[in-house]
Design a protein around this ligand. Structure first.
Ligand code: HEC
Length: 437
C-alpha cells in the first residue's frame, strides 16, 4: 500500500517535472513559428494590413504579452463564425492546443530556441497573396482628405481582352490600406450601358449620389471579387473560374474613409489566368433587401431577403455585408420540403472585419431550394458605432445609411447563361398512360 502511494507520488512528481520542463522548452523556432506561419503572417508581414510583422523572432518578441492576451480572448486571429454551424476552409481560428502553446511560450519567457528547429519560411510573391499575376490593372491616383465623408468612387478599368478570359485567382491591392474600407470589383459586360460616361482609370461619382441603386449595384453585372481588410483574395479551385467576356471592363467601387491624415491611393487589381478553360463558372449572387426602414432606437431590428433556385444550386462561400448598425447575420438553406438549415451564423458582426466564409465542401441544394439571409441591426444608443440612434435608417451607400446584402458564390456550368441558370427547366412530364383505366 505504502509502496503504491509512494509510486503514485513519484509518478506525479515526475509528470509535474516533465510538464514544467515541457513548458520551459516551448520555443519560438520549434513551436511558435509554425502557428504564426499558418494563422498570422498572411496579415502580419511587411506590406499587409496588420501594424507589425510576426515573421521572425525579433519581430514577434516585443509583442509576446499582447499575443497571449489577444489569442486567449480570441481577438486574434479575426474570425467570427459560430463554430456550431458549417466547416470553412478559410477558418483561421486557433485550436485550444495552439492557444495553449502560445500561452506556454509567453509564460515561459518567450524563448527563442534553436534556429535549427525552425520551419522553412513561407514563400510569398512580393506584394501579392496570389501567385504572380498575368495581368495587373491600375487606376489614377485618388487624393483622400484628412477628414469628412467621401462619396463612393467608381473606376472603370478596361481589360482590353479580345477573347473570353477565364480567371483562376484575383486580388485587389490598395496602395494605402488605411483609407480603403472596401472595393467591389464588377465585371462590366460589353453590352452593359452602366457608367459608360465615366472616363477610364479616373475615380468617378455617378449621378444620384449613391441613392440610385441602378448606379451602385453593378447594373446586373457579375462581381469578380470583393476586397476588405482581412479577407483572403479569390483563388478558385482548378476546373472552376470567373469569366470575363471579351471586351469587358472591370469597374471598381471603392469606399474610402478618411483616417485623419491626408493621403493618396491607387488600387491595383492582379489577375491570374486559368491555364485551360474551366468546366464550371463561379458567379456571385446577393440576397438583397432595399426597402427596409430601421426605426429609431431599435436594438434588434430584423431584415430578411431570399433567392430561389428553381434548378438547384451549388454554394461555395458566404460574405455578409452590413454597415455600422449591423449586429448579427445568418444564412439558411430552405429545402423544397420546407426543412431549414443554418449554413453560417455570425453572432457578433463587426463592420471593420468583413470576412469571407468559404465552405470546406461546396453545398449542393436540390431544385426548388432557396437561400434565406437575415441581418439584425442595433440602432440603439448602446451601439457605440451608431452615428445617430434617433434616425430612421434606410438603404444607402454611406456609412450612416445601411445595407443588408448576403453575398455568396454559386457554381454554374461554364457555358450556361445566367438567364438559363434561373429559368425553371420544363418539368419532365411522365408519358400519360391510358391503359388500365
Ligand atoms: C486577417 C488579418 C490578421 C490575422 C490573420 C491576424 N492579425 Fe493580428 N492584427 C491584425 C490587424 C489589422 C491588427 C491591428 C488592428 C486591430 O488591433 O484590430 C492586428 C493586431 C494584433 C495585435 C494587437 C496589438 C495591440 O496593439 O494590442 C496582436 C497581439 C496580434 N494582432 C496578434 C496576432 C496573432 C498572434 C495572430 C495569429 C494567431 C494574428 N494576429 C492574426 C490583422 C490580423
Amino acid at each position: 500500500m505504502k509502496y503504491t502511494k509512494f509510486l503514485t507520488f513519484g509518478l506525479l512528481a515526475a509528470a509535474a517535472a516533465w510538464a514544467a520542463n515541457a513548458r520551459q522548452q516551448v520555443t519560438f523556432h520549434k513551436d511558435v513559428a509554425p502557428i504564426l506561419q499558418s494563422h498570422c503572417q498572411e496579415c502580419h508581414r511587411p506590406g499587409e494590413i496588420a501594424p507589425f510583422s510576426l515573421l521572425s523572432y525579433t519581430d514577434a518578441r516585443p509583442w509576446a504579452k499582447a499575443i497571449k492576451s489577444d489569442v486567449v480572448t480570441k481577438k486574434m486571429p479575426p474570425w467570427f463564425a459560430d463554430p456550431r454551424y458549417g466547416h470553412f476552409a478559410d477558418d483561421r481560428s486557433l485550436s485550444k492546443q495552439e492557444i495553449d502553446t502560445l500561452v506556454a511560450w509567453v509564460d515561459g519567457g518567450a524563448k527563442e530556441g534553436d534556429l535549427k528547429d525552425a520551419p522553412k519560411p513561407r514563400q510569398y510573391v512580393d506584394g501579392w497573396n496570389i501567385p504572380k499575376p498575368d495581368l495587373v490593372l491600375d487606376m489614377n491616383t485618388f487624393h483622400i482628405p484628412a477628414k469628412g465623408d467621401i462619396q463612393y468612387m467608381y473606376v472603370v478599368l478596361p481589360t482590353k481582352f479580345t477573347q473570353d478570359q477565364w480567371i483562376q485567382a484575383a486580388e485587389a491591392r490598395p496602395s494605402d490600406r488605411t483609407v480603403v474600407h472596401h472595393v467591389v470589383i464588377f465585371v462590366r459586360d460589353p453590352e452593359s450601358k452602366w457608367l459608360r460616361e465615366a472616363e477610364p482609370g479616373v475615380p468617378y461619382v455617378p449621378p444620384g449620389h449613391g441613392k440610385d441603386f441602378n448606379n451602385t449595384s453593378g447594373g446586373g453585372n457579375d462581381i469578380l471579387m470583393i476586397y476588405t481588410p482581412g479577407k483572403v483574395p479569390e483563388m478558385w479551385r482548378p476546373g472552376l473560374g470567373k469569366m470575363i467576356k471579351a471586351g469587358s471592363d472591370l469597374v471598381l467601387q471603392i469606399h474610402y474613409t478618411a483616417s485623419g491624415k491626408e493621403t493618396d491611393d491607387h488600387t491595383k487589381v492582379g489577375l491570374v489566368f486559368a491555364k485551360e478553360k474551366p468546366t464550371e463558372r463561379a458567379l456571385t449572387i446577393g440576397g438583397n433587401n432595399l426597402s427596409f426602414k430601421i426605426p429609431p432606437g431599435d436594438p434588434n431590428y430584423r431584415v430578411d431577403a431570399k433567392n430561389v433556385f428553381p434548378n438547384g444550386v451549388t454554394i461555395l462561400n458566404f460574405f455578409p455585408h452590413m454597415h455600422v448598425r449591423g449586429k448579427a447575420f445568418e444564412y439558411r438553406a430552405v429545402y423544397p420540403d420546407g426543412k431549414s438549415e443554418v449554413l453560417l451564423r455570425v453572432p457578433k458582426y463587426d463592420f471593420f472585419w468583413q470576412l469571407d466564409y468559404t465552405l470546406t465542401q461546396p453545398l449542393i441544394l436540390p431544385p426548388g431550394s432557396r437561400i434565406e439571409v437575415t441581418g439584425w441591426f442595433d440602432n440603439s444608443p448602446n451601439n457605440p458605432a451608431n452615428p445617430d440612434p434617433t434616425a430612421t435608417v434606410r438603404f444607402g451607400e454611406q456609412s450612416w445609411e445601411e445595407m443588408m446584402i448576403g453575398f455568396y458564390d454559386v457554381v454554374m456550368p461554364a457555358d450556361m447563361s445566367m438567364k438559363e441558370f434561373f429559368t425553371p427547366k420544363k418539368p419532365v412530364t411522365a408519358p400519360t398512360t391510358t391503359s388500365g383505366q
